[in-house]
Ligand binder design. Structure first.
Ligand SMILES: [Fe+2]
Length: 354
């Protein structure tokens, strides 16, 4: 039977399928945050999941478009680091069938594609859920799906911030915006404050010296196709990534399906840094005297061939406006009455890492 491209090959990638059908293809969007809705329906069966050994007592489960690390406190109790990109029916029961109880969940940040199964896991096991107080207050105020019901609506593309609730459907233990170690029944979990992708993103280090970096960086696979800025806030994001570039751990797990050994880490981080700096340079190159910020934003969207859907996303637009502010604070542009003006000192300023 012929595949979708008429040549007997089934194209799993939505971009490739669109191209095969002659439809307009836009730049690939960042991360599973954007694509979870497209892919989740194809793999919602808990019975297809496996626990993948990684390093010592640290393993991971593929949940939707993510690798969710788990750390074994003992033979039957685990800690989960994030809980998947979409609600997976039967996940708590499947974990129980593996002889496991989820003692605690640590959230790298509170985007819906990282906390999707928090509520059903809490209902089943009464797990203690650790998350950032700063992320929580920002996202409660600005709207974010937290409950199982809201996340299902979000997966289906029917959720709106206005319809979302302004409280949490489960109790939590709030963490401050700083590095810290959480003692979990005698097991130390190291939390690293790495803001930028969200107001208070965390990397989490297990006692095996495995560093789960959440969405601090993109995996090699996603990096090849991603065209959009990954940091919501540019300067703190760059500070965090430079900090983690120089941190050495035995192994690394990246949220959206990536792993790295110690010797691979620096190269992967450098490629992520290069991508962010290139985007910043591209944005800066579009500035002309007298242009207003919204016009620059639109030109940048055109340059990156951002799809109409993503153009409406406030997260993306905020991240670009933030880079315009960064240009002003660094002294590369001046903003007068909403208009941009390049600052020239004989030649372009040398760019330096923040
Ligand atoms: Fe994220």
């Amino acid at each position: 039977m012929p595949g979708e491209n008429g040549k007997g090959i089934r194209l799993s990638c939505p971009i490739a399928r669109a191209a095969a059908h002659g439809r307009k293809v836009y730049a690939v969007e960042n991360s599973a945050y954007c694509s979870a809705m497209q892919t989740h329906s194809r793999r919602s069966e808990a019975e297809l999941m496996t626990i993948v050994p990684f390093y010592g007592k640290t393993k991971y489960i593929e949940l939707g478009k993510a690798f969710c690390p788990i750390y074994y406190l003992n033979k039957s109790e685990i800690v989960m680091l994030d809980t998947g990109t979409g609600v997976i029916e039967g996940l708590p029961e499947w974990l129980q069938a593996q002889g496991l109880r989820v003692r605690a969940i640590f959230c790298s940040h509170l985007h819906p594609d990282h906390i999707a199964n928090n509520e059903p896991i809490y209902r089943k096991f009464g797990s203690e859920i650790f998350l950032s107080e700063e992320d929580l207050s920002y996202l409660l105020e600005n709207g974010n799906p937290f409950s199982e019901k809201d996340i299902k609506q979000w997966q289906a593309g029917r959720w709106t911030a206005a319809a979302g609730r302004r409280d949490l459907p489960y109790p939590v233990t709030l963490l401050p915006s700083q590095d810290q170690t959480v003692d979990l029944d005698g097991t130390p979990m190291r939390i690293l404050y790495t803001p930028g992708h969200s107001p208070c993103h965390y990397c989490i280090v297990t006692p095996d010296d495995v560093c789960y970096v959440g969405d601090l960086i993109l995996s090699s696979e996603i990096l090849e196709t991603s065209k959009m800025p990954y940091f919501w806030r540019y300067v703190p994001g760059m500070r965090s990534i430079y900090r983690m570039r120089n941190a050495r751990y035995s192994r690394y797990l990246i949220a959206h399906k990536g792993t790295a050994a110690k010797e691979e880490w620096e190269d992967l981080v450098d490629r992520n840094i290069h991508k962010e700096l290139s985007l910043y340079d591209q944005l800066r190159s579009l500035v002309s005297d007298g242009m207003d910020c919204e016009e620059l934003l639109e030109r940048f969207e055109d340059l990156l061939r951002i799809s109409p859907t993503v153009r409406k996303r406030e997260y993306f637009r905020e991240s670009v406006r933030d880079r315009i502010q960064a240009m002003e604070s660094i002294g590369e542009v001046e903003i007068k009455e909403g208009k941009l003006y390049r600052i020239r000192n004989g030649h372009e300023k040398e760019r330096t890492a923040p």
